[in-house]
Design a protein around this ligand. Structure first.
Ligand code: SF4
Length: 366
């Protein structure tokens, strides 16, 4: 099979010789399904259910996040919001607080919007149609396919980062997978490879293989069910594939966070619902003198704390904390802020780097 990629560029997939005779596709899925049933993961908390709510929640949490990190969040979230109706009725602040530390907070906001949309517009029912699923907030094509496969047993192709890695290696695809043309072709390939039956085991098998054997570094090819036909393994190119994006310098930003304390409590403000850390609590940002003056607070003592670096997807942030002990407390509620007990602040709905910062402050002030 040859994929044209515009002027003069092609991708060759030698192991898929004739479009309508699919011996390789059949072998690919058969081996993967057998391996998943024998050695794949079967005891994750979101398996053994066809409840689309649970499948959806796990798929959203698993985006960009490892299974071990997701499990406690998933369990706490379900305990508080056991179904669509409970989630739709919850205030967004409570949802964000359950997400605090998991990152990529747009996922939590979309989860809430999606639940509200399904409850108000669709009487709390999930659409089974793939296109309708992808129209819901926060549900992309691959997530929709996973929901369709796991909740409704439908034959639909997933293509997340792990699956792209498996396909790029197995078929020795030499182009950067995020290129639009390559992405289209990977979708076509993912569809061609779909088995006629056992879609749940196949879909789970792809996920398990990408997460446990065909990992980003040091793939365990000797244990891989696809080793016999994997071109990357045959060519010794596992480390080269998938082709990495050309690295560009990540912008660096710095920002001062003013940790205002009256000795027992600290002052936190809630971010607007959208944007970085949307809906979460953080210390006020800006020049300390100006922040204190705006709040009508009297400074007793100020101390610069060691900076802390945090990587976002598109930039790196250096947080420069300054601890300010104040003698006169303001009406925080009027200023749109909350006084939070210092010992408990790191457990409030705060983002991960702020949690680290507050833990440092709490242990230093013990
Ligand atoms: S043989 Fe190795 S590189 Fe190929 S799919 Fe399996 S684990 Fe990945």
């Amino acid at each position: 099979m040859v994929w044209p990629l515009g002027k003069g560029r092609i991708i060759r997939i030698p192991l898929l010789p004739v479009e309508n005779e699919l011996p390789e596709q059949a072998r690919f899925s058969t081996r993967l399904i057998a391996w998943q049933k024998r050695e794949g993961r079967h005891d994750l908390p979101w398996q053994q259910t066809r409840d689309p709510y649970r499948v959806w929640l796990s798929e959203i949490m698993l985006q960009q996040t490892q299974v071990a990190t997701v499990i406690p969040y998933y369990q706490r979230f379900l305990a508080s919001f056991p179904d669509l109706a409970a989630l739709a009725a919850a205030p967004i602040e409570a949802v964000i607080e359950h997400w605090a530390g998991l990152g990529y907070y747009a996922r939590a906001r979309n989860l809430h919007r999606c639940a509200q949309q399904l409850v108000t517009v669709n009487a709390g029912k999930w659409p089974k149609n793939l296109d309708q699923l992808t129209e819901l907030p926060g549900i992309g094509r691959s997530t929709a396919a996973a929901i369709a496969a796991f909740a409704f047993g439908q034959r639909a192709a997933i293509l997340d980062g792990n699956v792209k890695r498996v396909l790029c290696r197995h078929f020795a695809i030499d182009d950067f997978p995020a290129q639009a043309a390559v992405d289209r072709k990977l979708w076509a390939l993912a569809n061609e490879l779909l088995p006629d039956s056992d879609i749940e085991a196949y879909t789970q098998g792809l996920m398990d293989l990408g997460a446990t054997l065909c990992t980003r570094s040091k793939p365990q090819c000797l244990r891989c069910p696809l080793a016999e036909t994997c071109l990357a393994r045959q060519q010794g190119r596992q480390a080269e594939l998938p082709v990495a994006k050309v690295r560009v310098a990540v912008p660096e930003r710095r920002s001062t966070f003013v940790i205002i304390s009256d000795g027992q409590r600290i002052l936190l403000e809630r971010r607007p619902p959208s944007g970085i850390w949307g809906g979460l609590l953080v210390p006020p940002e800006g020049e300390a003198g100006t922040v204190l003056a705006n709040l009508g607070l009297t400074l007793e003592n100020a101390e610069a704390l060691p900076p802390l670096r945090h990587a976002f997807t598109h930039f790196r942030l250096t947080l420069e904390p300054i601890f300010c002990l104040v003698s006169k407390t303001s009406n925080a509620a009027e200023a749109g802020m909350e006084w939070v007990d210092l010992a408990k602040a790191s457990h409030a709905g705060v983002p991960t780097p702020i949690r680290k910062l507050l833990k440092r402050v709490a242990s230093a002030k013990d």
